[in-house]
Structures are given as C-alpha cells and as structure tokens.
Design a protein around this ligand. Sequence first.
Ligand code: AFP
Length: 321
Amino acid sequence: MVSLTHHIVEQRRLQPASAEEFSDIMNRIVSGGKRIAQELSEAGLTDSLGTTDERNVHGEQVKRMDARANQIFVDAFQDGGIVQIVVSEEMDEPLAVAHAEGSGNYAVFFDPLDGSSNIDVNAPLGSIFSVHRLDPAGNFLKPGCEQVASGYLLYGASTILVYTCGRDVHQFTLDPAVGEFFLSASNIQIPAIGKIYSVNEGNESKWSKHLVKIVDYFKDNDEETGRPYSSRYTGCLVADVHRILLKGGLYLYPGEVKKPEGKLRLMYEAAPLSFVVEQAGGLGSTGVERISTIHPKTPHQCVPLIIGSRRDVEVAEQFLR
Ligand code: AFP
C-alpha cells in the first residue's frame, strides 16, 4: 500500500524545482482534510449542524460546518511558511498569512466545504483546493492552466483525496484506523464518452433555449450514441464531478438568462476541478471557452461550467456556437 505521505515524497523527485514547497503545502491541505473528515463524522453529536447568522460574499447563508471547515484550513496555513495568501469562499477578502510582508511564494484557494446543503442530511460533501505560485509582481489571480496543483477531498462513504500537480491524477482513500491516506487509484483516465449527465434540472425554466436543447439531447433516444444518458445529481459539485471523472459523462452548472455568469466560482470550484479533469483527459468549459484559459478579474468571480468526458463536453459546446 502506498501512503500519500510516501507519494508526495515521490512527487518531489518528479518536480525537484519546487519539491519542498509542494510537499509542505500538500501536507497542510491533507491535515486540514483529515480534521474536517473527523469533525463531519461527529457533527450530529457535537452541536455542529445548522446555520450561523452570517452570509458569505455570494449572499449564501453560512452553515456552522462551513465556518468550521474554513477555520481549519486557515489554521493550517496561519503560520505563514511559503504561502502568502489564502482565498476562501467563506472570506470576503483574501487573507494574508505570511509573517513578513512579501514572504511566501504561493496562494492557496479553497472551497472549504462544498455542497453545504448536504451537511444536515448526511449526504456527500467536499473540499476543493487550488495552488498558484505568485508571479514576481505578487499577482495571485492567474488562469487555471498555471495552477501548481489542485484537487479535492470527498467526504462520502469513505473519505478520499484526488489531486494532480499537472501531470497525472491520483486518488487516495483515508484509512481512519491509521489516520493516513493510501493510494486507491493512480493515473486516472476519464472515459472519452459517458452515460451520465448531471445537472440541476429544477433550473430549466431559467436557461436559454440552447441549454435546454443540450440537456434534451442527452435525454433523447439514440442507440448508436448510447443515449439516453442517466441523470445523477447530489447537490455536491465534488461528488458529482468525481462520479463523472470515474464513469464518464458530463456535469453542467450553466449560466441562466438573468444570471449568465452562473453560480460556480472560477478560482476554487471550476478551475481546480477542470485542472483535475483535463489531466485525466477530459475537458472543462464555459460552453464557449476553456475554463483553464480564463484570466480571472476577481477572487470570487463566477463562471458557467460544463465539465467531463471530452466528447460529451464538445457535443454540448456545439449547441452554444
Ligand atoms: P457550496 O456549498 O460551497 O456553496 O457549493 C454548493 C454548490 O456550489 C455546488 O457544490 C453544487 O454543485 C451546487 O452549489 C448546487 O447548487 P444547486 O443547489 O443550485 O443545484
């Protein structure tokens, strides 16, 4: 069994230029993830369910476990080290964590607890992370193709961690008895075409007619192209995209006629997941452009997302041209 700790050391060999830095950041993310997994498993017993009185920068009510997960990740980076800036869905402003101004070469972006509506009903949840190296001017808002690493934790029947540092995609499963992640799938490849579409169809009346046609296409009967596809949607982006990564198909969170930018956030949802899916051979798109080439304007900006098997995403894109 290959432990994540060992695997991270191996990655050092493959990326010697930033070896120490890479393992330091990954170790902090992993320890934060383990802590969140532990606290989620006890949340019903520790008075941790329910909401706070706060709303986040997107106007969404912050759940107690959202706030707690955010604090856990902030604490993991609070002593500065090589990370200068932490950006989180749950913090209006980027947080400077480096002790000395200008020290630290990296920015880490988080969605600390993805799928918050699942917290109180014991359904899957995730954490998403993205690591960027600051450019010489200290700019941390960079396109997804420049990520140093990205990935997610999925808190489901078991806790898994999936990550890429720009080459292969690997999955690790947490052994709670040992408190360590072990390799459970390496060099994951997404099927080129799938059988599942994943979208919140309750929003259909808000979509453009092109979008309605995309979803209708995947529901249509056509033996030759393996349609209709099955519908799967958990309300947790990490869980839905993970299913697509392993089984193929596509996940959509499109823009709406009155909200063309959609709901998902570029820097800590769409870009890191697209980086993972693309290293596995798939595609992440807004429908008209690659997620990975978007130059971000603000830390919390939203984008429409169509992500998954290459052929399926390309078919969807054709409806939007
Ligand atoms: P947060 O829990 O981090 O706010 O994310 C929830 C989410 O962005 C994503 O996990 C889901 O795919 C999506 O929202 C679900 O949204 P709907 O409830 O609108 O379908």
